[in-house]
Design a protein around this ligand. Structure first.
Ligand SMILES: C[S@@+](CC[C@H](N)C(=O)[O-])C[C@H]1O[C@@H](n2cnc3c(N)ncnc32)[C@H](O)[C@@H]1O
Length: 338
């Protein structure tokens, strides 16, 4: 298929789902709320499979059916656009792709079968389709899911060259936060000591260990299933020498005597409970990434929470890194301890 036609088909897929789409050459950035996907498109008219291996630097890759099977060699998920069948238009709901599992967040009145068919049509590598039928809840932030297609609910998700084994029905994982995780990891300086509170299956610690050069990363996780995946993912990504996984409640497991240059409180729902702990384990000039959900841009409420600790600090940055729902943003305040 011609490159231009392939790019148009890919833009249409994301526009149909309500994404804002920008294109620069064969790179497309699709944005909807907190979901930002960097996409590359390669036509067999212009590229060979071998050429792709060095060129791929994206969350998702789309190729046409004449490119050879290269999925396993690339660090991103690869979708194939087929000339014939893709002529049919599907009204797709909002969904996330976690490895070869598609998670539909909300059918929003759409036909279930058509939604599944459309997702499989666009992403032939998808093995399982789940429908989130209960919102994320509890301290482990896990939702309820109905299986609409397939059997396997454990998968390996690839992100920035790292691999994460996860069962999204047992442990929190969102591909939508990839760009935010990268923003934080890009700030890590050589030989830093990093603490991650609420490490989940490991996307912050593993990315930090693989893409930055920290001396040590301590990753604390309370959900036993998430902890099991965290341990596995540390091994899967060969970062055992750098990342130490700690099982249990961060409030009990983190020693006050251990100081860190950077603390990531990755639990927006309850982050205020860990703020004292973060300051106790920070040195002067350490950075704390404080995630919160923010209603109607009431930043003063978050600043008040920080003020209440009585600690000296300076706000380095305020970042909106996603949306939990209408009027509710996921934000991060980067704070320097003074
Ligand atoms: C929103 S998830 C973020 C997970 C991960 N950082 C990510 O980006 O995918 C928050 C995580 O914090 C964990 N958690 C909740 N309370 C905790 C506590 N007291 N100590 C350690 N981990 C906790 C949850 O089980 C969950 O995996």
């Amino acid at each position: 298929m011609e490159q231009e036609k392939l790019e148009r088909r890919v833009r249409e897929i994301f526009e149909q789902q309500g994404f804002e789409v920008e294109q620069d050459g064969n790179e497309i950035v699709a944005t909807k709320g907190d979901d930002r996907k960097k996409i590359q498109v390669f036509s067999s008219d212009d590229y060979t499979g071998e050429e792709l291996v060095d060129r791929v630097d994206a969350d998702l890759v789309f190729v046409d059916e004449d490119l050879p099977e290269i999925t396993d060699e690339l660090e991103s998920e690869v979708s194939i656009i087929r000339d014939e069948r893709d002529k049919e238009d599907y009204d797709l709901p909002s969904y996330e792709l976690i490895g070869d599992i598609a998670v539909i967040n909300d059918l929003a009145g759409r036909d279930q079968e058509e939604a599944v068919e459309g997702i499989l049509e666009h992403h032939p590598y998808v093995e399982t389709v789940l429908l989130k039928d209960e919102p994320l809840s509890g301290e482990f932030r896990v939702g309820g899911y109905e299986k609409l297609y397939g059997e396997e609910i454990e998968t390996i998700h690839k992100e920035y060259g790292c691999r994460y084994r996860v069962d999204p029905t047992k442990a929190y994982f969102s591909e939508r936060l990839a760009t935010e995780r990268k923003r934080v990891v890009d700030q890590i300086e050589e030989d830093e000591r990093v603490l991650v509170i609420g490490a989940g299956v490991g996307p912050y610690p593993v990315l930090a260990a693989r893409k930055a050069d920290p001396e040590k990363v301590v990753a604390v996780e309370k959900n036993p299933d998430a902890y099991r995946y965290l341990k596995e993912n540390i091994e899967l990504n060969n970062v055992e020498d750098i990342v130490k996984a700690v099982k249990g409640d961060a409030l009990e497991e983190v020693s006050e005597n251990e100081k860190f240059d950077r603390v990531i409180i990755a639990i927006p729902e309850f982050a205020d409970e860990f703020l004292e702990l973060a300051f106790d384990n920070a040195r002067k000039e350490s950075v704390i990434h404080y995630y919160r959900f923010l209603e109607d841009e009431q930043w003063e409420e978050i600043i008040e929470e920080i003020e209440e600790t009585g600690e000296s600090y300076e706000v380095l940055d305020k970042v909106v890194c996603g949306q939990r729902g209408p009027g509710v943003d996921r934000v991060c305040i980067d704070i320097e301890a003074k």
